[in-house]
Design a protein around this ligand. Structure first.
Ligand code: SAH
Ligand code: F3S
Length: 493
């Protein structure tokens, strides 16, 4: 999640990589470019893979390197420095990056002066091993070490390999104003927490991104205000587990108990941060992602209901509908508790859209466990979801304690079954908007039709409609007249 986020709805996901959850399928591996700064002579090519947090981190990296004399380029062959921000969540994500490194290698043969750095989760997971395995890599930098980039670059310039994969207790990059790369100037991500303490047994994130810490609410609100002044219309508060947000003056979430009475009494939690954000910019849409069911509080749901500019959508990964699997995955709730939570959400916000993440073929998953997942989906009828085959990640509890024993064919078949069911539910949810009026924030031209705009409703459903006199960034009332599985089609009114 950071996964990670909205964007590919199920039908697109099916056609492309069913398993990759991305911000926007077209953005994976996108090279990010910004306006050149005068006087800067070196060229940076930066590419990002994986979750929204990685795309957001690349903006921080670009901001740091702008001050080091770099301008960005989208031509690999021109680059003095190539950086790839990587993802480790599934083996496939790592293989994609390995392929890119091969491509860089070919270019490096023509331009031997070009330097290559690996950033992000693969850097953290593999550390200096990456230098041995991938001979072309000059620099390995973990997600908490980006401020050290100027020093690391110096080392590389002096002919040494450079590695910094130290994870931090308090790094949140709150003091770095990220440059906005490759965006549409309308929607932006704002990081609020880093790391994760949940230790789901399948997940590599706690190892690659470290312990959970929150960013100073003041710097968050300042960033949101700056974005508003720049004309942005929607922000997504971002974290591996946003509901766990807790600011008490800095430091790790787990050390909150040790904080002073004063610090504890004046702490800011996620519901409060959400309220502060909604109030600071009442004309901006506010989203957040990702919510872990065990950490979302009723206060958060009430805050969503209270502020009209907080979008009625919760990304609420469940991973499985089987109690036995949830336990093995170390998810801290049962299936019934999850259903009760969704009911509570609908009690307070009757039209709240809910989306899921699901893993199929976790070790020891039986046909009955799989049926429980289908059954849970049938009960919730999610608006959309991201579904994956289990991929064993070295170092995680599951890889140490459990055998990856569900055959590939079975994983595939089960994945197809849940994807098909999700498509049915997406269609059902989308159809419910027929004849209704929705507010759409225009983001871009529709890819299928040059005469139409494409945007999203507050429920995070893509909607397209004839352009008329409207322009990107406008909020438009649209009457829905038709739909596909994942897209609403209508006319401005
Ligand atoms: N809290 C995060 C979750 C990060 S991982 C967030 O911000 O979204 C995103 C999703 O990838 C998880 O919800 C899970 O469904 C999936 N995932 C994580 N580890 C996986 C693994 N080992 N194999 C398959 N899918 C995995
Ligand atoms: Fe991973 Fe679970 Fe955290 S899925 S990111 S360990 S909430």
């Amino acid at each position: 999640m950071l996964n990670f986020i909205e964007g590919i709805l199920i039908d697109v996901a099916r056609l492309q990589h069913m398993e990759e959850k991305v911000i926007d399928e077209t953005k994976q591996g996108e090279t990010l470019v910004l306006d050149a700064k005068e006087g800067n002579t070196k060229k940076l090519f930066i590419e990002s893979y994986g979750c929204a947090m990685n795309f957001s981190d690349s903006e921080i990296v670009a901001s740091i390197l702008t001050k080091e004399g770099f301008n960005t380029t989208n031509t690999l062959e021109d680059a003095d420095l190539v950086l790839v921000n990587t993802c480790s969540i599934r083996d496939k994500a790592e293989q994609t990056v390995r392929k890119r490194l091969e491509k860089y290698n070919a270019v490096k043969r023509i331009n031997p002066k070009m330097k290559v750095g690996v950033l992000g989760c693969m850097a953290e997971r593999l550390k200096s091993k990456l230098l041995e395995e991938e001979k072309i890599v000059d620099m390995v930098v973990g997600p908490d070490a980006y401020k050290d980039l100027p020093n690391l670059l110096k080392e590389v310039d002096e002919g040494r390999d450079a590695v910094n994969v130290v994870l931090s207790k308090d790094e949140t990059y709150g003091d770095i104003a990220p440059v906005r790369l490759g965006g549409n100037g309308i929607t932006a991500f704002v990081s609020i927490t880093r790391g994760c303490d949940n230790m789901c047994t399948f997940c590599v994130v706690p190892f690659t991104r470290g312990r959970e810490r929150s960013r100073d609410p003041k710097s968050i609100i300042e960033e949101v205000n700056t974005l508003a002044n720049q004309g942005y219309k929607e922000i997504t508060l971002l974290g591996q587990n946003v509901d766990s947000y807790l600011w008490y003056g800095g430091g790790l979430k787990k050390d909150f108990k040790k904080a002073s009475a004063m610090q504890q009494a004046t702490a800011t939690d996620f519901a409060q941060l959400l309220e502060m954000t909604a109030k600071a910019q009442p004309n901006m849409r506010i989203r957040f992602s990702t919510s872990n069911p065990q950490d979302i509080s009723e206060d958060v749901i009430h805050t969503m209901a209270k502020y009209q500019n907080i979008c009625n959508h919760i990304h609420l990964p469940v991973q499985s509908g089987s109690d036995r699997m949830l336990k093995e995955m170390n998810r801290q709730h049962t299936r019934e508790e999850y259903v009760a939570l969704v009911k509570k959400i609908w009690e307070i916000i009757p039209d709240c859209a809910i989306s899921q993440d699901m893993i199929t073929g976790f070790p020891t998953e039986t046909e009955q466990d799989h049926k429980d997942t289908l059954d849970l989906m049938e009960r919730i009828k999610y608006n959309f979801g991201y579904m994956y085959k289990y991929s064993e990640r070295p170092g995680t509890m599951a890889s140490r304690k459990m055998e990856d024993d569900v055959p590939e064919e079975t994983k595939k078949r089960r994945l197809t079954e849940i994807v098909d069911l999700q498509q049915k539910h997406s269609a059902y949810r989308t159809k419910a908007f027929l004849g209704k009026e929705v507010e759409v924030l225009i983001e871009r031209e529709s890819k299928k039709n040059k005469e139409e705009w494409s945007g999203r409703t507050q429920h995070n459903i893509v909607a397209v409609f004839p352009k008329m006199h409207y322009k990107p960034g406008d909020f438009v009332k649209v009457k829905i007249t038709n739909c596909t599985t994942a897209t609403l089609i209508g006319e401005a009114i």
